[in-house]
Write a protein that binds this ligand. Structure first.
Ligand code: HEC
Length: 143
């Protein structure tokens, strides 16, 4: 038993270190842009939290508005996306674009949920938005 636990602990130790290895690509941004981007990021997380809260309160229209205005295609200008895009690797920018598109698709699904009462599609679309957060975070870092 003790041997089993020790073996398990050793395995756990090595796998934890394996996961801790940071293979993300570092993206060099001028510091003011990095600050701006991270502040956008914190708002992305807040937006997700607000969206899930609105969905659970059956406030579909509000969930759709937050998604479209803060994460969707309508948010591109306020995020300075075209300016920022020049500093990002192409693939990273493409993930960002996919996220904006997915958020706009989610907004449509959330409005549809209002009509047909089904949240299934809205959650599926929301998961696709979050998939882009995850994809970018596992590939890139700025510090
Ligand atoms: C196109 C790439 C990309 C997308 C898409 C993306 N992020 Fe990020 N995010 C980053 C990078 C790069 C960092 C900095 C990570 C680092 O340097 O360790 C970051 C950092 C963050 C942070 C930390 C902010 C801070 O103050 O340090 C939060 C929170 C965050 N992202 C939330 C989100 C959420 C939520 C989504 C999806 C709705 C999202 N991000 C989508 C690239 C992205």
């Amino acid at each position: 038993m003790t041997i089993k636990i020790t073996t398990f602990s050793i395995l756990l130790f090595f796998s934890a270190n394996l996961f801790a290895a940071d293979n993300r690509i570092k993206v060099e941004l001028p510091s003011h842009m990095r600050d701006h981007m991270l502040s956008n990021m914190r708002d992305h997380l807040l937006a997700l939290q607000e969206i899930t809260r609105y969905l659970s309160d059956s406030e579909y229209e509000k969930a759709a508005d937050v998604a479209e205005q803060r994460l969707g295609m309508s948010s591109l200008e306020s995020h300075g996306a075209s300016h920022m895009g020049k500093f990002m690797p192409k693939e990273m920018g493409a993930i960002g674009t996919s996220m904006h598109q997915a958020a706009s698709r989610f907004a449509i699904s959330a409005r549809d949920a209002e009509l047909d009462g089904g949240l299934h599609k809205a959650f599926s679309a929301l998961s696709e938005v979050m998939q882009q957060c995850v994809a970018c975070h596992s590939g890139y870092r700025v510090h």
